[in-house]
Design a protein around this ligand. Structure first.
Ligand code: PGA
Length: 252
């Protein structure tokens, strides 16, 4: 059975101290709730990783970086490598988020390097894809997402591909309060699973966790997560308050 994953993406929010408190609260609430069927992950800024790994029970709450460098090491001022992320005790890395693609010029070429480095450092990539509003309005979202996957993670070996999770996040739904409808989300995730099946076979497609992201909250999560192909969520705004985030974690 594929894993259900609820991953927070804190983006550029919280100081280290605030982040540690938030992580502690999430850990406590998850422990109390007794949730066992969901993999919980906190995607924190790089600066927070070591401190947060130290205060959570890593078996209950996993920790993710939100990016990693496209180079293994060397003269790349300001970059944080996959091996550095791994050395903090974090086990996941969010890659290809639309904000990274849009504001920091991440291309398929850069992302291929990042995914490869993440995998070679035994980090689990949560690989993001998703279309902008104009593409959705032109009804070209399927072709767009297909290309995003074909140019990147579909180049992996079946063995490597089966190590990652996919997050579909329509850009028009991120931070806007406009969630994709349950039908739109399910339709796209089923489509992505079909693409994976065509590329890597049915067994791998059935085992791949595919998440929905974009204004997901405790209110809409139960209906979204009840869909056959939605294996959890990548959560921005609603992951910044422990109670709200728990509401999503317990939505299954
Ligand atoms: P949101 O962000 O939940 O605030 O819409 C989701 C994301 O960008 O991962």
């Amino acid at each position: 059975m594929r894993k259900k994953i609820v991953a927070g993406n804190w983006k550029c929010n919280t100081t280290v101290q605030e982040g540690v408190e938030l992580a502690k609260s999430v850990n406590e609430l998850v422990a109390k709730s007794g949730v066992k069927n969901v993999v919980v992950v906190l995607g924190t800024p790089f600066t927070h990783l070591t401190s947060i790994v130290a205060v959570v029970d890593i078996k209950l709450v996993g920790v993710a970086a939100q990016n990693c460098a496209a180079e293994a090491k060397g003269a790349f001022t300001g970059e944080v490598s996959a091996s550095m992320v791994k050395s903090t005790g974090a086990e996941y890395v969010i890659l290809g988020h639309s904000e990274r693609r849009e504001y920091y010029g991440e291309t398929s070429e850069t992302l291929n390097k990042k995914v490869a480095l993440a995998l070679s450092n035994n980090l689990t990539p949560i690989y993001c894809c998703g279309e902008a509003l104009a593409i959705r309005e032109a009804n070209e979202q399927n072709a767009y997402v297909k290309t995003q996957l074909e140019e990147t993670v579909f180049n992996l070996s079946p063995e490597d591909f089966s190590k990652l999770a996919i997050a579909y996040e329509p850009i028009w739904a991120i931070g806007t309060g406009v969630t994709a409808s349950t039908a739109q989300a399910q339709e796209m995730l089923a489509y992505i699973r079909g693409l994976i099946s065509n590329k890597f076979g049915k067994a791998i497609a059935e085992e791949t966790s595919i998440l929905y992201g974009g204004s997901c909250n405790a209110k809409n999560a139960p209906e979204l997560f009840a869909q056959a192909d939605i294996d959890g969520g990548l959560i921005g705004g609603a992951s910044l308050k422990a109670e709200d985030f728990l509401g999503i974690i317990t939505a299954y």
